[in-house]
Design a protein around this ligand. Structure first.
Ligand code: SF4
Length: 385
């Protein structure tokens, strides 16, 4: 099974219940940001910039739980900021698990070893570690040496203690997909349970734009990515991958992945901010959804991130009759996980070929930290639709 059976069961029941009751807009994944502070200070981080004035604020555990109760999403992606520096992260996780939420704790991995004793292994809980390449590339992306090594030590410790672990990777224009295959081979060897992948989004707050791809470039990049990486246990849905390859159209369903943070419910989506609302219901009822998405708002032109599109086959109006069967098959038969041979790892994909040559470029005095700014494009949207 690609995902724990409990998640499949809960998600299926939840979707059916909402559809049968005629609820047109409901969330699948809550993007919960208890704080925006981070131990890394990547210069291009959209979150740090956008929330600079409230960077020291955080939600209480009770506020987090109330938000989860109100929106009802069966999956909670705890992100930020760096959630592992949230003082009550252990209690928050336990309380959410007690309420039968499935959790992805999205982290840079630096504090897993230090705080592992605050957690208990569960089939409903994943450490989701952000890695954008092998050691040289990843440390360049996060602008600090040693981050990759500590994250790997954290993964090893978590696996040894019986935890589920996934990784998430942002794909930029310069990402060497051969290196990502190399990374997946390495992580598979460590027992990592699955992999998330998403294109970067060009935040307004990130000044260096060269690293981001146009819609057409994303489609080209993901045609190569799928050919190379589908053998691994990707936790990115096949329908969303069709969309990323340009083989299927989907409409943005940003209400399916709402973001809650110290300022409230962020609208219209994880990426753009036009305001913050006091409740999920207010966000849904006051946002003119028909104005957002590809072809509707110029800011959405090159956005293909999963916070907008991964749930669309279920929540949007353009699902296909065969989608359910395809998703079931995908859930039951995970990737083969056969390692690639070295010669297969670096095919021509229009980008750098050697480890360390990939990732966002620092040319022109630009910023590499945008990696962090884009963490949440793949933070916790492993939706079993
Ligand atoms: S297309 Fe992307 S940027 Fe536009 S509303 Fe949807 S998720 Fe947000």
């Amino acid at each position: 099974m690609r995902f724990p059976l409990t998640l499949t069961r809960r998600m299926t029941g939840y979707i059916l219940k909402n559809k049968l009751s005629g609820n047109a807009k409901f969330p699948l994944v809550l993007m919960l940001e208890p704080l925006h502070a981070c131990n890394l200070t990547c210069t291009g981080c959209g979150r740090i910039r956008e929330y600079k004035s409230t960077i020291n604020e955080s939600l209480t555990v009770e506020q987090c739980l109330a938000a989860s109760e109100e929106c009802g999403a069966p999956v909670v992606s705890i992100c930020g900021g760096e959630p592992m520096i949230y003082p009550e992260i252990g209690r928050l996780t336990k309380e959410l698990l007690d309420r039968k939420r499935h959790i992805y704790l999205c982290t840079n991995g630096m504090f897993i070893r230090k705080r592992l004793h605050e957690f208990r292994p569960s089939s409903s809980f994943f450490f989701n570690v952000h890695l954008d390449g092998m050691e040289k590339t990843h440390d360049l992306c996060v602008e600090r040496d040693g981050v990759f090594r500590e994250a790997i030590e954290g993964i090893k410790a978590a696996k040894a203690a019986g935890f589920l672990v996934s990784s998430n990777t942002t794909v930029y224009k310069e990402t060497d997909l051969g290196e990502i295959a190399e990374l997946y081979d390495f992580l598979t060897g460590l027992g990592v349970d699955g992999f998330m992948l998403s294109p970067a989004y060009s935040y307004a707050a990130v000044q260096t734009k060269e690293m981001f791809m146009s819609r057409e470039e994303i489609q080209e990049k993901f045609r190569v990515a799928c050919a190379l990486l589908e053998r691994y246990n990707l936790m990115t849905s096949p329908i969303y991958l069709d969309y990323l390859r340009g083989e299927r159209e989907l409409m943005c369903t940003a209400w399916g992945n709402p973001t809650y943070n110290p300022r409230g419910w962020k609208g219209p989506c994880y990426l753009m901010t036009e305001g913050h609302w006091g409740s999920y219901r207010e966000l849904v009822e006051n946002t003119p959804w028909e104005k957002f998405g590809y072809g509707r708002d110029p800011r959405c032109r090159d956005c293909m991130v999963h916070v907008g599109y991964e749930p669309s086959a279920v929540l949007g109006g353009n699902g296909k009759l065969t989608d359910g069967w395809r998703l079931l098959k995908w859930q039951v038969f995970p990737g083969t996980r056969k390692p690639l041979r070295t010669a297969q790892l670096h095919p021509a994909n229009g980008v750098g070929a050697a480890s360390g040559a990939a990732g966002p470029s620092k040319a022109g005095g630009g910023t590499l930290g945008a990696t962090s700014a884009n963490d949440a494009e793949h933070k916790g949207l492993p939706i079993l639709q």
